[in-house]
Design a protein around this ligand. Structure first.
Ligand code: SAH
Length: 226
């Protein structure tokens, strides 16, 4: 998979891709991530990429021209499955979306700033708008990092057995069951007996029951989903 991220703050975005699972997935060649500084696509002085909004009001708006230039250049080089704009009013990111996005080949992610982008960008250049939750960030970069993390860890070959995604919360609309590690007894706090006896069918059944119990208690809404 190839991910192209358009941003005015590439330096803000780099570190999540330089550690742990994301770093290894890039090193293994399973994904490549490219940052494009929007300021490289403007002809205006001071590398200006935003302007006052028509009609007045506080807050600058990102102009269409540099965004159009950057996206057009990328699209002339390859086909993209999605051109995503990070936006608080987009569809809210969930595991199902991450699963399906992990299967595509090429995506562009546009990070907004200030009051956001000129509406004509959204009307003509963007194929999908994604929010990471009902709150407002100061820029799309942190949202893009969250989106990339959740997609990349699902790309086949990225996670190994120790980090398997299959038993994670939200897969199958269930929260994950509780997990324990050594010691089996910490100051009288004991690990459930069933996990210690090596009876794997029984352990599996216990995990399923616990996942269901936890979901029913904490997120009953998930059990109503198809
Ligand atoms: N004025 C806009 C908010 C702009 S916030 C509004 O009220 O809708 C600036 C940028 O941060 C946005 O363009 C978007 O790219 C990003 N952003 C803010 N909140 C976000 C969220 N919840 N999810 C994804 N991106 C978000």
């Amino acid at each position: 998979m190839r991910i192209d991220i358009i941003t005015v703050l590439p330096e803000l975005l780099k570190s999540p891709f330089e550690a742990s699972i994301l770093k290894r997935s890039i090193e293994k060649g399973l994904v490549s991530v490219h940052f494009h500084n929007l300021r490289d696509y403007t002809d205006k002085s001071y590398n200006q990429i935003d302007d006052y909004q028509f009609g007045g009001g506080a807050g600058m708006v990102m102009m269409i021209e540099p965004i159009d230039k950057c996206i057009s250049k990328l699209r002339s080089e390859r086909d993209y499955d999605e051109v995503i704009y990070m936006s608080p009013d987009g569809e809210t990111l969930n595991q199902k979306m991450a699963n399906s996005l992990s299967l595509v080949n090429n995506i562009i992610i546009l990070c907004g700033h200030y009051k956001g982008v000129d509406q004509r960008v959204r009307d003509t250049l963007i194929t999908r708008e994604i929010s990471i939750g009902d709150y407002v960030l100061s820029g799309g970069e942190l949202g893009a990092a969250v989106l990339c993390d959740t997609i990349i860890r699902l790309i086949p070959g990225v996670l190994n057995n120790e980090t398997s995604a299959l038993t994670d919360t939200f897969q199958d609309n269930l929260l994950a069951p509780p997990v324990y590690t050594r010691p089996a007894d910490y100051k009288g706090l004991k690990v459930p007996e069933v996990l210690l006896n090596g009876n794997f069918p029984k352990i599996e059944k216990w995990r399923e029951d616990e996942a269901y119990k936890r979901t029913k208690e904490l997120r009953p809404d998930l059990l109503d989903n198809d």
